[in-house]
Ligand binder design. Structure first.
Ligand SMILES: Cc1ncc(COP(=O)(O)O)c(C=O)c1O
Length: 401
């Protein structure tokens, strides 16, 4: 396998608007989406949707909310900001909660539980739903990784009392989330409207990102010139934090960028979510996921996290368990490959027996497979990974250039 010659690094870590985003060529059979649920409200992000879901539950201050030990900090920050107490459960090898890690006293005190469908490979929450009903615990089904598809016997998002989702992981939008419910009315959220300047910036940001990745053939050069000029006038750069950046310190809350959780989302996000055809998004993600699976299949040193056979899934990432994860992850990141790891765990997350969370936080690399990564991008990322795994002496710069 040889990496392609022209690779525009760093590869995009989120979907990017492209002429082909508007293409209607791919028409897969009807796939359920979170937006199809009977009650939906848009927010600025998945984390804002979790925050708003907690407010909908009208819990007493300091009520206990359970979350997984394997998490992105943006799943925990909303709980703290809502004035609630966080507790943890462990995870099993299939990514579902290990409910045996919740002792009887904790189960009797908990008022809500946040359960994610990791990687967009959603599973049945039948057992979790029954456990919640038995203990009178509200279930927040975190669908940040799976905007589309089904979770076992039911469509995604319909197991939870509330479901939350993230638009920016599936659409080429600068922000966006959804709070939804199949059975509960979502009470009106009190959200402040973004200013005209912020709205305008949203449109410009989408175009600028697309231009940076060379996505508007024909007018890319003209747009690049415009953005160069614009940026030479800009005095400072917005301080956007990357919540998937490698661990640096324990000060989680500032890096979770919670500033816009009580604002309404930008109109660019809502417009693109509603007008862009979904067929390409769904088909390209499946193709990219399958391509990673083919590249990684022959290696004995690495393994897909769990065998995945549900072809109706619309994945977010390809999860790969890697023994020598630190070196591989750092090298891939430094090269600009679209991979991340959830190694920033909220301080105070306990060690639990029969919990795979800590092992996944260290060993699981999440390879993005979004629709705006090409086959060549996926192959280059896989080849870089496999070469690093096969030869610890080879610096990654020699691989992908
Ligand atoms: C499982 C999960 N839930 C919630 C979130 C928060 O979503 P957003 O980035 O849209 O705020 C993330 C973000 O990475 C996530 O991975």
């Amino acid at each position: 396998m040889k990496p392609p010659d022209k690779l525009r690094l760093p590869l995009p870590r989120t979907p990017v608007l492209d002429w082909s985003s508007f293409s209607n060529k791919e028409r897969p059979s009807q796939v359920h989406s979170i937006g199809d649920l009977s009650h939906t409200v848009f927010t600025t992000s998945g984390r804002a949707a979790i925050y708003q879901a907690l407010l909908q539950l009208r819990l007493e201050p300091e009520s206990l909310v359970l979350a997984p030990s394997y998490h992105c900090p943006t799943m925990i920050a909303p709980v703290i900001l809502a004035g609630l107490k966080i507790g943890y459960f462990g995870i099993r090898a299939d990514g579902l909660p290990n409910l045996n890690t919740v002792d009887a006293l904790t189960a009797s005190r908990a008022k809500a539980i946040i359960v994610p469908h990791y990687f967009g490979l959603a599973r049945s929450l039948l057992e979790v739903r029954q456990w919640c009903d038995e203990h009178r615990i509200a279930l927040i089904e975190d669908c940040a990784h799976c905007y589309f598809g089904s979770a076992g016997e039911r469509p995604v998002g319909t197991w939870g009392d509330f479901a939350t989702a993230s638009l920016s992981k599936f659409f080429p939008v600068p922000e966006g989330g959804v709070l939804a419910s199949a059975g509960n009315t979502v009470k009106a959220l009190s959200l402040s409207q973004p200013s005209f300047k912020a709205q305008l910036k949203g449109y410009v940001d989408v175009l600028e990102l697309a231009t940076r990745h060379g996505r508007f053939s024909g007018i890319n050069r003209a747009l690049s010139g415009f953005f160069r000029l614009k940026n030479s006038f800009a005095r400072g750069r917005a301080n956007h934090s990357d919540t998937n950046a490698p661990a640096v310190d324990d000060d989680m809350m500032p890096s979770c960028d919670m500033g816009r959780i009580v604002q309404a989302p930008l109109s660019i996000a809502l417009s693109l979510e509603s007008i862009l055809p979904r067929g390409r998004i769904i088909a390209r993600r499946r193709q990219n996921f399958a391509l990673y699976a083919r590249h990684f299949a022959p290696m004995r040193e690495v393994k897909g996290l769990f065998p995945w056979t549900d072809e109706s899934a619309v994945p977010y990432v390809f999860p790969l368990w890697v023994e020598e994860a630190d070196r591989i992850y750092q090298e891939l990141r430094s090269q600009g490959m679209p991979v991340f790891r959830w190694d920033r765990i909220w301080p105070g997350t306990p060690q639990m027996t029969d919990d795979l969370g800590p092992s996944w936080s260290h060993h699981v690399l999440q390879f993005l497979c979004h629709q705006d990564l090409s086959e060549a991008d996926i192959t280059a990322t896989a080849v870089a990974t496999l070469t690093l795994l096969a030869n610890p002496q080879v610096p990654v710069t020699a691989i992908a250039q």
